[in-house]
Design a protein around this ligand. Structure first.
Ligand code: HSE
Length: 285
C-alpha cells in the first residue's frame, strides 16, 4: 500500500440561509480546509501539524474534529488498528459561521476513505463527519457538514436520520461574504436562542422556506429574494454583529437578492445573481 499520502480539500459552507435554521446549507467554492493524511506504523491516529489556526486548535486526537470523525469511520469499518498521520491546513477563519469545524471533519473522513481505497460512497460518510461536528458545536445539525461533503445547496429534511437532499442551484449564483473580526462560538450562540417560536413566526418562516426552495426549482430570483428573510433567529443573533443592519442595507442597495447571517455568525452573506453584483456587494458591505 502506498504511503505517499493523500491531500483532501473540503469547502467552507453557508448554513441556515436565513429561512432554514439547521436545515439548509450550501457549499462555497472557496475557502476551505486542506488535510494531508498518510498511514503510519504506530497503529494510532496522530495530528502531526496544524497550520493557519494561530495555535488554537487541539492536537490531541480525542479533541480534534478531524480525528474524532476519522476514528468514527475507522470504527465502523473495523479498521481501528490503522495508524494515520494528519496534517491540517486551516485555510479559513474558524468560529466564523463558515462551517470551519464541519470542513475539517469532512476532510478527515474523505481522507480516510480514500486511503482505504473508498470502501464507502461519499454520501455514506456523512454520519461519521457528523461525529466530529457534534463535538465542535455541541449539537447535531448537518447544515454545514452535508454541503461541505456533497457540494451544492442541501436541504436536511431530518437531522436525526440525516435525510438530506440536494436542491437545484440556479446558474450564476454568487455570494459575497463579509467576515467581521469577531469570533462567535456556535455552541454559545445556540445557547442564547429562544426556546420557542410564535405561531405567526412559524407561519412566516415556513412560508419563506417553501418560497426559497420553490424559487430555486424555478430559478425565480424575485421569489428567492422575497424569501430570504429570517424572523426567528436573526433578531437574537444580529445583536452580536457590529453594524449588522447597515451592512445588510448596503448589500441590498448594491443589488443583493438577500443578505443575512451565515450560520451562527458573525460572517454575513449576500446572495447575488452574478459575480459582478457579488463584487459590488462585497465592496459595499
Ligand atoms: N445551523 C447552525 C446554527 C449552524 O445556526 O447554529 C452553525 O454554523
Amino acid at each position: 500500500m502506498s504511503n505517499s499520502g493523500i491531500k483532501v480539500f473540503a469547502p467552507a459552507s453557508v448554513s441556515n440561509l436565513g429561512c432554514g435554521f439547521d436545515i439548509l446549507g450550501l457549499a462555497l467554492e472557496r475557502p476551505g480546509d486542506e488535510i494531508i493524511a498518510r498511514f503510519n506504523d504506530l497503529g494510532e491516529l496522530r495530528i502531526t501539524l496544524i497550520t493557519g489556526d494561530r495555535g488554537r486548535l487541539p492536537k490531541s486526537p480525542d479533541q480534534n474534529t478531524v480525528t474524532i470523525a476519522a476514528r468514527a469511520l475507522l470504527r465502523h469499518l473495523h479498521e481501528e488498528g490503522r495508524g494515520i498521520d494528519f496534517e491540517i491546513h486551516k485555510k479559513m477563519p474558524f468560529e466564523s459561521g463558515l462551517g470551519s469545524s464541519a470542513a475539517s471533519a469532512v476532510a478527515g473522513v474523505v481522507a480516510v476513505n480514500e486511503l482505504l481505497r473508498r470502501p464507502l460512497e461519499k454520501r455514506d460518510l456523512l454520519p461519521f463527519a457528523m461525529q466530529g461536528e457534534r463535538m465542535a458545536s455541541q449539537a447535531w445539525h448537518a447544515d454545514n457538514v452535508a454541503p461541505s461533503l456533497l457540494g451544492g445547496i442541501i436541504l436536511i429534511r431530518d437531522n436525526a436520520t440525516l435525510d438530506v437532499h440536494r436542491l437545484p442551484c440556479p446558474r450564476g449564483l454568487y455570494l459575497a461574504i463579509l467576515h467581521p473580526d469577531v469570533q462567535i462560538p456556535t455552541a454559545l450562540s445556540r445557547s442564547r436562542l429562544p426556546d420557542s417560536v410564535s405561531l405567526g413566526g412559524m407561519i412566516e418562516q415556513t412560508g419563506n422556506l417553501g418560497g426559497f426552495i420553490h424559487g430555486l426549482y424555478q430559478s425565480d430570483f424575485d421569489l428567492i429574494s422575497r424569501s430570504l428573510q429570517d424572523v426567528v433567529i436573526e433578531p437574537t443573533r444580529s445583536k452580536d454583529i457590529p453594524y449588522y443592519q447597515e451592512i445588510r442595507e448596503a448589500a441590498l442597495h448594491a443589488g443583493a437578492l438577500g443578505c443575512l447571517i451565515s450560520g451562527s455568525g458573525p460572517s454575513m452573506f449576500a446572495l447575488c445573481v452574478n459575480s459582478l453584483i457579488a463584487e459590488e456587494c462585497g465592496e459595499a458591505m
